[in-house]
Design a protein around this ligand. Structure first.
Ligand code: B16
Ligand code: MG
Length: 219
């Protein structure tokens, strides 16, 4: 029997808006200050991963005492928060508003599930809070992506079973979390990096909604 997709779960950074670039710039400053090698390739491993885990990845074998660790987390966040001051509704990525409208027309329910603890502020500055039935941020669960906990909470709050939910994600950690939650997944970005997703598009604006839905419902 064909499934009916009714729940649509969006990642925030890198899917609805390009804040992933601001995370990159903030980590780059930290890496430079610590004289640790860092580039866009290494940055791929930080996508969809909590701030704490990002710093662990960045530090590798280095093991600073907990007060320095906490200070570095706070410093990275203050750099990031400086960058996000420039967000406006124009910072939504192309195709974002259109897909949200298409989903509403179909009667679908919509959630944001982001690991970021700055989700609230970013959503407000983008002016899109009202378009979502559920907003989950980095404070909403203990175990973050690639654990499925946040997506399962989104499914529960949307009152739609996991098998009828689809996740839109730009990170491999997020695609893995969607799979472990028993959900369909749409990768946003490079098909090489997100090859385990059910479908991959190089941006929300590349999606033809009805055709995508038809494919998803046949899986
Ligand atoms: P913050 P997402 C994630 O957001 C980012 O992809 C990841 O790079 C970042 O480290 C994480 O949020 C935590 O963000 O420092 O603002 O709490 O992609 O899940 O929307
Ligand atoms: Mg992301």
């Amino acid at each position: 029997m064909r499934r009916k997709v009714e729940g649509y779960i969006f990642d925030l950074d890198g899917v609805l808006t390009n804040t992933s670039e601001f995370h990159y710039l903030a980590w780059k400053r930290i890496a430079e200050e610590l004289k640790i090698p860092f580039d866009r390739k290494i940055n791929e491993n930080l996508k969809g991963v909590s701030r704490h885990e990002c710093l662990r990845i960045l530090l590798g074998e280095r093991n600073p005492d907990s007060s320095l660790f906490e200070e570095l987390l706070a410093r990275k966040n203050s750099y990031y928060r400086d960058y996000i001051k420039r967000i406006t509704p124009k910072s939504l990525l192309p195709g974002a508003l259109n897909i949200l409208d298409c989903i509403r027309e179909k009667g679908g329910r919509i959630a944001v599930a982001s690991v970021s603890k700055n989700t609230d502020e970013v959503m407000t500055m983008l002016g899109i809070r009202g378009k979502f039935d559920v907003i989950l941020d980095g404070y909403s669960v203990k175990k973050t992506k690639p654990e499925p906990e946040q997506f399962l909470l989104a499914s529960k709050m949307l009152s739609i079973v996991p098998g009828c939910c689809v996740v839109f994600e730009d990170s491999s950690a997020g695609i893995e979390a969607a799979k472990r939650a028993g959900m369909l997944s749409v990768g946003i970005g490079s098909s090489k990096r997100l090859d385990s997703a059910d479908l991959v598009f190089n941006g929300l604006d590349k999606i033809e909604f009805n055709s995508m839905l038809g494919k998803l419902e046949r899986f």
